[in-house]
Design a protein around this ligand. Structure first.
Ligand code: ATP
Length: 240
């Protein structure tokens, strides 16, 4: 596959603990893929490998067609990331948070301003641009982080438990926004979560458990005639 996200044969160990065991999957360009796994499944380890924080002893990671180990600059330039722990500067405005990030990517002046406006608009927070991040609720802070991850124009967006700590309405708002980024802007998304209600039937679904991929396909087909939660609990061996 030329673009999108492609992983093959990824192993990772913490000493004797095998955190990832021959993990492989592909996400086609413009698709929303949910990486669903209970705590400890290996999602954060996988994100650390995808973002170049750890390096995998084996296997291949390709981001928008670029091999992460052979050509990390090109691969990482095409990726946006929203980490599990919030990383906004609460004393800066929304716009300042994005400007700072744009500068880290070598963007400034009108080009940066245009990209920042477009990203804020995309997440529905353009009218809040002058407000300090501290005054925003959790949902708007998350939207700001997603907008910030889009400023440099990535093709692939990774989100690690992006809705942690949000109420149901804010969670729904964020998942809807990110689905729209795929459908309307052609972004490829990997959405890590442990919450089955964030997965839609038409999403691509990868179930990760104890470092292994247990299921990979269209979410509706994986759940069949069961609710996804029941199917997920059956796959991972947890009691329903
Ligand atoms: N620094 C570390 N040292 C040793 N073991 C680790 C370390 N980090 C993670 N692990 C182990 O690796 C496995 C995968 O952990 P990981 O954090 O990737 O899971 P996760 O799916 O992201 O879970 P969570 O949602 O709780 O973050 C777990 O068994 C965990 O205990």
């Amino acid at each position: 596959m030329a673009g999108g996200l492609h992983l093959e044969g990824i192993d990772y160990r913490f000493g004797a603990r095998q955190a990832l065991d021959a993990v492989g999957f592909s996400v086609a360009p413009g698709r929303f893929a949910a990486l669903l796994g209970p705590n400890g499944a290996g999602k954060s380890t996988l994100f650390a490998l995808l973002t170049g924080l750890f390096s995998a002893p084996s296997g291949t990671i390709r981001i928008a067609g670029h091999d992460l180990s052979r050509n990390p600059r090109a691969a990482l330039a095409r990726m946006g990331v929203v980490f599990q722990s919030p990383t906004l500067d609460l004393d800066l405005t929304i716009r300042q948070n994005l400007s700072y990030f744009a500068a880290l990517h070598g963007l400034s002046g009108r080009d940066a301003a245009r990209r920042i406006d477009a990203a804020l608009d995309r997440l529905g927070i353009a009218d809040r641009a002058g407000e300090k991040a501290r005054g925003l609720n959790g949902g708007h802070r998350r939207r700001t982080e997603i907008a910030r991850a889009l400023v440099h124009g990535p093709e692939v967006l990774l989100l690690d438990e992006a809705t942690v700590g949000l109420d149901a309405a804010a969670r729904q708002g964020i998942t809807d926004h990110v689905h729209r980024l795929c459908a309307e802007d052609g972004l490829t998304v990997l959405w890590a979560t442990h919450l089955t209600d964030e997965v839609q039937d038409t999403d691509r679904l990868i179930v990760l458990h104890e470092g292994r991929v247990l299921a990979d396909g269209e979410a509706g087909a994986i759940r069949g005639d069961q609710p996804l939660k029941a199917r997920f609990l059956a796959l991972t061996g947890a009691p329903a």
